[in-house]
Design a protein around this ligand. Structure first.
Ligand SMILES: *[C@@H]1O[C@H](CO)[C@@H](O)[C@H](O)[C@H]1NC(C)=O
Length: 172
């Protein structure tokens, strides 16, 4: 019974004639995305499962494509800059460093209608998405507190020095 339940999604996706790969990982893991059965991949699109997580609207968006000189280009408008790169020549295989909110469907598209999909699930999504970003104030405090401590130490040192000097100089 358990086996049947595990096989069911696989059988269903086969029946729809729409083979989909699936990947799972945690934030900080690296995963490889592969483009299969697309003769000449030209671009990758991503449909986030939890768009609000990254402050995005719903729907597919281009995340990587080959520019006119043939080099892979990662969209600066999407949240993958610095975390997504093509492995080897072309854009058939990509490596992604996972972060919270990356869950979604990654589709590799060719010149025609051929495409290859990979469903990614980042463990902890969407709960991790709601983790508050470190605020500006806490950033300032992290600098301010050591500065205050340093200032205090300097003041104490100067005070001690003045005291020593005063006690060693005979009063006239
Ligand atoms: C991804 O591909 C690279 C290069 O082929 C390989 O070194 C790495 O082990 C792969 N990573 C995973 C998670 O499969």
């Amino acid at each position: 019974m358990v086996l049947v339940l595990q096989l069911l999604p696989l059988l269903l996706s086969r029946a729809q004639g729409n083979p989909e790969a699936s990947l799972e990982g945690r934030p900080g893991d690296r995963v490889n995305l592969s483009c299969v059965e697309v003769s000449q991949p030209t671009r990758w699109v991503w449909a986030p499962s939890f768009p609000a997580c990254k402050g995005l609207s719903k729907g597919r968006r281009r995340i990587l494509w080959t520019s006119s000189n043939g080099n892979p280009t990662v969209s600066a408008a999407q949240p993958f800059v610095g975390r997504l790169r093509a492995l080897g020549l072309g854009i058939r295989r990509l490596e992604l460093l996972l972060s919270a909110g990356d869950s979604g469907t990654f589709t590799c598209k060719g010149h025609g209608k051929d495409e290859s999909r990979t469903v990614l699930r980042v463990l902890g999504d969407p709960a991790d998405c709601k983790a508050p970003e470190p605020t500006r104030e806490s950033g300032y405090l992290q600098i301010l507190i050591p500065l205050l401590v340093l200032g205090l130490l300097l003041a104490l040192g100067a005070g001690g020095l003045a005291y020593c000097l005063r006690s060693s100089v005979p009063l006239t």
